[in-house]
Design a protein. Structure first.
Length: 171
């Protein structure tokens, strides 16, 4: 594949086009192609997460533990007993630095949920990005966009009281 700088490609198209009308058309086509390539390259990666009672499915190897909850307090009690062991078994999510959309779904929890991704340490919260939000009613999906830099993060739902699942971002 011949790789040329965008300006070189446009100049070559203008030389080949010849007439002013053709030149304008060639420039517009060239700019449109360049814009489409730039947009496609910049599209964020989508990470899908599904919340069920007291957990994120994907974070626990897609193992639905079939917890039952009617309120946050139910998950507080369940996770007080089980969260440490579950997080120890869970593999950290590993990503490279870049733009992401975390697409979070409340599959069947009967109350409103949210999502919170932040640095794993208080010191990291000064320099690492975070994203959070609520409003996830039963059956609803919401996107959370973020550009991640290298570091260690955790993500959870404070309203469903899930464990803090690990996320490691590398260069």
């Amino acid at each position: 594949m011949n790789r040329t700088a965008p300006g070189d490609w446009c100049a070559a198209a203008i030389r080949r086009a010849g007439t002013p009308a053709r030149t304008a058309g060639a420039v517009l086509v060239g700019l449109a192609a360049l814009g489409a390539a730039t947009t496609a390259a910049a599209a964020p990666t989508v990470i899908t997460l599904t919340q069920v009672a007291c957990q994120f499915l994907e974070s626990e190897g897609n193992l639905d533990r079939n917890y039952r909850t009617r309120a946050k307090a139910d998950c507080d009690a369940i996770n007080a007993k089980t969260a440490a062991a579950r997080v120890a078994e869970a593999r950290p999510l590993r990503l490279v630095a870049g733009s992401y959309v975390f697409r979070v779904t409340n599959r069947d929890v009967p109350y409103e949920l949210g999502f919170w991704l932040r640095a794993a340490t208080l010191a990291g919260r000064v320099s690492q990005p975070s994203v959070s939000g609520g409003g996830l009613g039963t059956g609803k999906t919401q996107d959370y966009a973020i550009t991640l830099v290298p570091g260690e993060y955790v993500y959870s739902c404070p309203l469903n009281t899930t464990p803090d699942y690990r996320l490691v971002v590398t260069r």
